[in-house]
Design a binder for this molecule. Structure first.
Ligand code: AHR
Length: 731
């Protein structure tokens, strides 16, 4: 296979709107600069070389350009300095697609989904919209003194003493914060202006937005009357964004009392903090302090922008809650579902010792099931099988873990009168969740007790829930499994060249036995950086291979899904965010090319290729209006343009001609280009509507590009008006 260039030389980048020659070229191409090249409100910067590539693809395949215009364009391009296409010899390849039903196979409805792991603060400080970090002062566990980080103290030792004790009213998280205020509003030791107290900066700053409301809840106890100011402020505490006072008599707060206030922000600050302050002498205890925006997806607690990015992938399943997060470095620190359900105040939280951070477990087992339902995705629950990275339970003593898994299934699926089903019902979901898949552990196949433990879980689950599909950690792609399973995990993290060449990975896999679940895949290391085009192209090639083998590959998900840019534990990731912004890496955008594949029909296609750096596939799929498309996807992983001659055979006589079709391209000036908060769409798909397409056609595939052509079957009439010329990308 051709080696992929690691990077291209520096190229001249021009701003389309400042550079007259680019604008002229675009106009000649029929692209209206602002409308056609503007995505999501940001300007796309293209190199002149890329413009010429675009021009060639338009001229060769889809646009009927008058000859004079063509020559004018070539003339102009000759005067553009320092640009040459000499190094870009066009290769030719042929793709024969058999669109007849007899040569097709159905792609499983479950093929493409997502894998959510609590890694990189994906949930706590990410998708889960809770603004307070360490809300019960419990980080570090139940010992005291506890770790109150990231809470900090306002005031010095002469005015306030802060400690922790085990006096909370919550049995599973006994630690509470004790605050002794030594100063007063007047007298000899007057409190500093603004009072003394504590503040929490959340997860690298709270995003407080003007006009939005936030519910602040906390538990308090005191021996005297209280007068507490609850406020959102700027990171230095000097500007107040929203504030209210809570005043209560001593008798009202002599026992633990829940306080709840709604704060509406009068200003925006993406880096604010929550303060609890007072200027009243006395001793107070605080516990379980929460601040939630009211504006979350359906009020279910998911941060809207991040939820939407997931919904846009249209995931058919969601595997959760990890990965290594499920295993733990040590069993004592593994995620345990029972500690993550019930009222949020009563959850103990835990320290995830693989990714090394504390989570309050606001995003618990129930919330994951709710997330699946909200996304219209099937939940795939990965549970601990009595094995962590460093310790394991012997098979002879694994039954408590088995019972924990069975109880978890009852929680998800049991009748609301059952023991655990009633806990779910009390949390607001009397109907069972649609849990059909479970994975017994993660990446544990090679460990001593895996098979023994696995069989204990397998037998017990199949006995109680015969319909549940069970996923083994042992790779069955090259040899048969030595134990029963419905699916097996397949994980791959590798270089771009390796992953691209793995588009044939499942070609030889036996069609007997369990199906493959490619539950984690990604290009990693130098080729990937923090999310490069190169990585994304290799992944696109790999996914085309999975589609082709989707008679045996039933599911696939990229990993990891999210990264909070303040806590990069793993690179790269699909979605990058901070307190208020988010963008997709090129790998995210590749996944969007495959949203229509799940449940579609794979067409037999033969690729006669000029280079090993090319893979292509064809499917038919229907949109929600019932229109049928043939989608051709092609990854050109090499550095030459490829002239792809497409021939579609086997269509019925009424649909011989194809029209009203679109082309979507993912490419960029440099292979290692990445998106960023400043340029979130630097490497993102551009979709244009094609005016002409045919059963026999020739399309140009740009070097280092992923292109998808959607050919609408002519039997469905489509009227194109001038205004419709540019279709805003659906991906
Ligand atoms: O996706 C990151 C990690 O990679 C997962 O936790 C683990 O399953 C794999 O090793």
């Amino acid at each position: 296979m051709d080696r992929v260039e690691e990077s291209e030389g520096p190229q001249e980048i021009v701003n389309l709107y400042c550079n007259p020659s680019s604008t002229i070229i675009l106009t000649i191409l029929g692209l209206r600069p602002k409308a056609d090249m503007t995505r999501f409100g940001s300007y796309k910067l293209l190199s002149i070389r890329t413009l010429l590539r675009l021009f060639l693809s338009q001229a060769m395949g889809y646009r009927k350009l008058p000859c004079s215009v063509l020559f004018l364009c070539i003339f102009i391009s000759c005067f553009i300095p320092h640009q040459s296409l000499d190094d870009e010899e066009n290769l030719t390849a042929k793709l024969f697609i058999d669109a007849s039903e007899r040569s097709s196979h159905p792609i499983p409805q479950t093929l493409f989904g997502i894998f959510f792991e609590e890694i990189n603060h994906a949930g706590a400080g990410g998708l889960w919209a809770e603004l307070v970090s360490n809300r019960g002062f419990e980080a570090g566990g139940s010992n005291i003194p506890s770790n109150i980080d990231p809470w900090s103290i306002i005031g010095d030792e002469s005015s306030i003493i802060v400690s922790t004790d085990r006096s909370s009213c919550f049995e599973r998280n006994k630690v509470a914060l004790r605050m002794e205020v030594l100063c007063n509003s007047e007298g000899a030791s007057t409190c500093p202006s603004g009072g003394v107290g504590i503040y929490n900066p959340g997860f690298w700053g709270m995003n407080i937005e003007q006009g939005k409301s936030y519910k602040v809840v906390f538990y308090v106890r005191s021996t005297e009357a209280i007068d507490i100011s609850v406020s959102f402020t700027s990171s230095n505490g000097l500007q107040t964004l929203a504030s209210t006072n809570i005043i209560a008599s001593a008798s009202d707060v002599s026992n633990w009392t829940k306080m709840e206030v709604l704060l509406e922000a009068k200003e925006t600050d993406h880096n604010s903090r929550l303060q609890l302050t007072t200027s009243k002498k006395g001793v107070l205890w605080f516990d379980q302090v929460s601040a939630m925006p009211l504006d979350t997806y359906k009020g279910h607690g998911f941060r809207n922008d991040l939820f939407q990015m997931l919904a846009d992938i249209k995931p058919q399943f969601i595997r959760f809650p990890g990965g290594c997060f499920v295993e733990g470095e040590w069993l004592r620190n593994a995620f345990r579902w029972k500690a993550s359900v019930g009222p949020w105040e009563e959850r103990p939280g835990h320290f995830g010792d693989v990714w090394m951070y504390w989570t309050d477990d606001g995003l618990g087992y129930f919330e994951f099931l709710q997330l699946s339902e909200d996304l219209g995705a099937l939940p795939i629950w990965v549970f601990n099988n009595g094995i962590s990275h460093n310790d394991q339970v012997d098979t002879s003593s694994v039954l408590p873990f088995v019972q924990e898994a069975l109880d978890g299934l009852e929680f998800a699926r049991g009748d609301s009168s059952s023991k655990w089903g009633s806990v779910r019902a009390a949390m607001g979901h009397p109907e069972p969740f649609d849990l059909r898949y479970v994975a017994i552990g993660n990446e544990d196949c090679w460990k001593k007790n895996y098979r023994g433990n696995y069989l204990k879980f397998y037998d017990a689950i199949k006995r109680a829930y015969p319909d549940i599909k069970i996923i083994s950690n042992c790779d069955g792609s090259s040899r048969p499994l030595d134990h029963p399973a419905d699916l097996y995990d397949f994980h791959v993290y590798t270089s771009a060249n390796n992953l691209f060449s793995m588009s044939n990975q499942f070609d030889q896999t036996s069609r007997q036995g369990p199906k493959a679940f490619v539950s984690e895949y990604a290009v990693t290391g130098k080729d990937a950086g923090t999310g490069s085009l190169l990585a994304a192209l290799a992944e696109a090639g790999f996914l085309i291979g999975l589609e082709k083998n989707s008679d045996i590959v039933q599911m696939a998900s990229y990993a990891p899904l999210f990264v909070n840019s303040n806590d990069r534990r793993w690179n790269p990731d699909a979605i990058v965010f901070n307190s208020f912004q988010a963008y997709g890496t090129p790998s995210y955008w590749v996944q969007r090319f495959f949203t229509e594949s799940s449940g579609a029909t794979f067409l037999n296609a033969t690729l006669q290729k000029a280079s090993a750096s090319l893979v292509a596939s064809a499917i038919t799929w229907k949109n929600s209006d019932g229109q049928t498309y043939i989608r051709i996807k092609a990854v050109n992983f090499g550095s030459n343009s490829v002239n792809l001659q497409v021939s579609v055979g086997g269509l019925d006589p009424n649909s011989v001609k194809l029209s009203g079709s679109t082309k979507t391209i993912l490419t960029s000036a440099n292979l290692m280009d990445e998106n960023s908060f400043n340029e979130p769409d630097k490497v993102a798909p551009i979709q244009t509507l094609l005016e002409q397409a045919d059963k026999e056609m020739s399309v140009l595939l740009l070097p280092h590009s992923f292109t998808s052509f959607d050919l609408l079957k002519e039997s469905v009439s489509l009227r194109i008006t001038a205004d419709d010329w540019f279709l805003k990308s659906s991906i």
